[in-house]
Write a protein that binds this ligand. Structure first.
Ligand code: HEM
Length: 310
C-alpha cells in the first residue's frame, strides 16, 4: 500500500496491536468459529461478547487508517505529484473507484493479501532452514541472476530463475497458507456421485489435497522443489490434474491475487536468500502449527541469520 506501518520498530501502535489481536485468535474466537458450523453466522456475529467487540473496533481502526491513506494519496494526485506504483495509487489513478469502494477494497486486500503472504514467507524460512541444500542452490541462482541488490530487479529477471519458481511453488503446495475454507451448496447437487443437498456446508481443504499421494505420488509429503524442474512440469509439478494444487482454489471465486502473491513471494525470497544464510536456532524444535485463517507456527520460530557476501 506504499506505507510503512513501522510494525517492527514500533509494534505497539494502536493499529499494530489491533491487527495482531484479530489475526492471533483467542480461545473465544476459535469456539465462535466452530459454532458457525451449527448456528447462523449473523447470530454469532451479533452476540454481545468481547471477541465481536474487538473485531468491530479493529475494523474501525483499519478503515480509518485506509481512509487516511486514500486521502493522502488523493491529495498527491491533485497536486500532480509523481505517484508511487502501489495498489492504492494505481487504483486511484484509474479513476474507477469511489473513495468508499477503494477503502472497502483495501480492507479486503489487508485481510486476503497480507497474512497469507506473510505466512508463506514464514514457511519458506522454515523449509529452507530444514533443507540447507535447497537454500544454497537457490542462493547460487539468485546471485547469478542479480549481481547486486542495488541493481534494478524486474519481472524478466525474476521469471528467468526456474529454481526460484520451483521453490516458491513447492512452499505454496506443501504449506498452503489457507489450509481450509468453506463453500455452501446453493442448489441440490452431487460431488463424485455423492448427493449434496442445498444448504450443505462443504469444507475445501487445500492442505490435504496438496499433499495427497494419489495426486502427487509417494513423495507428496516431502519438500521437493525438483518436481517443478522436470521438463514440462514447471506449471504442474508433475500432478496430472490442475485441481491437485488448491492453494489459491480454482474457478470464479479463486484468489484474484494469485499472480501478484507468487511474484511477491519470489521477490521477497530472492532478497532474503540472497542476503542471508539462515538456520533454525534450535534445530530439533518442534514447530506446532496453529490453525486460524492462515496456518502459522503456534509459538513463533527462532532463526539464526548470517549476512552473506552478495
Ligand atoms: C500466498 C498468498 C495468497 C494465498 C495462499 C491466497 C489464497 C486465497 C484463497 C484460498 C482464496 C479463496 C478463499 C475463499 O473463498 O474461501 C483467496 C481469495 C482472495 N484473495 Fe488471495 N491469497 C493470497 C494472496 C492474495 C493477495 C496478495 C491478494 C491481493 C492483493 C489477494 C486477494 C484475494 C481476494 C480479493 C480474494 C477474494 C476473491 C473472491 O472471493 O472473489 N490474495 N485467496
Amino acid at each position: 500500500m506504499g506505507q510503512d506501518f513501522n510494525s517492527l520498530a514500533d509494534p505497539n501502535t494502536e493499529l499494530n496491536k489491533t491487527y495482531r489481536s484479530v489475526f492471533s485468535p483467542s480461545r473465544q474466537a476459535q469456539i465462535l468459529g466452530l459454532l458457525t458450523f451449527f448456528i447462523p453466522r449473523w447470530i454469532i456475529e451479533n452476540l454481545p461478547i468481547k471477541r465481536n467487540g474487538d473485531i468491530m473496533a479493529a475494523s474501525k481502526i483499519a478503515r480509518d487508517t485506509s481512509f487516511q491513506l486514500v486521502q493522502q494519496k488523493k491529495e498527491r494526485l491533485a497536486r500532480k505529484e509523481k505517484m508511487d506504483p502501489d495498489i492504492i495509487s494505481i487504483a486511484l489513478e484509474s479513476g474507477l473507484f469511489t473513495e468508499e469502494k477503494l477503502v472497502d477494497n483495501m480492507m479486503t486486500f489487508l485481510a486476503a493479501g497480507h497474512e497469507t503472504t506473510s505466512s508463506s514467507l514464514t514457511w519458506a524460512a522454515y523449509l529452507l532452514s530444514k533443507h540447507q541444500g535447497v537454500q544454497s542452490r537457490l542462493r547460487q541462482e539468485v546471485h547469478e541472476h542479480i549481481s547486486n541488490l542495488n541493481n534494478e530487479v524486474n519481472d524478466t529477471i525474476i521469471d528467468g530463475m526456474p529454481y526460484l519458481h520451483a521453490v516458491c511453488q513447492e512452499i505454496l503446495r506443501l504449506y498452503s497458507p489457507v489450509p481450509v475454507t468453506l463453500r455452501e451448496a446453493v442448489i441440490n447437487t452431487t460431488i463424485l456421485g455423492h448427493y449434496i443437498p442445498k444448504g450443505s456446508v462443504i469444507m475445501l481443504c487445500p492442505w490435504a489435497v496438496n499433499r495427497s499421494e494419489e495426486l502427487w505420488g509417494p513423495d507428496a509429503n516431502e519438500f521437493n522443489p525438483d518436481r517443478w524442474m522436470k521438463s514440462g512440469m514447471a506449471n504442474s509439478g508433475g500432478a496430472t490434474s490442475n485441481y491437485a494444487f488448491l492453494t489459491f482454489l480454482h474457478g470464479p471465486r479463486s484468489c484474484i491475487g494469485q499472480k501478484f502473491a507468487t511474484a511477491e513471494l519470489a521477490c521477497l525470497l530472492a532478497a532474503f536468500v540472497g542476503k542471508f544464510e539462515f538456520a533454525m536456532t534450535y534445530p530439533d524444535e518442534e514447530i506446532i502449527i496453529k490453525g486460524g485463517i492462515t496456518a502459522r507456527p503456534k509459538n513463533g520460530m527462532r532463526l539464526n541469520l548470517k549476512v552473506v557476501e552478495w
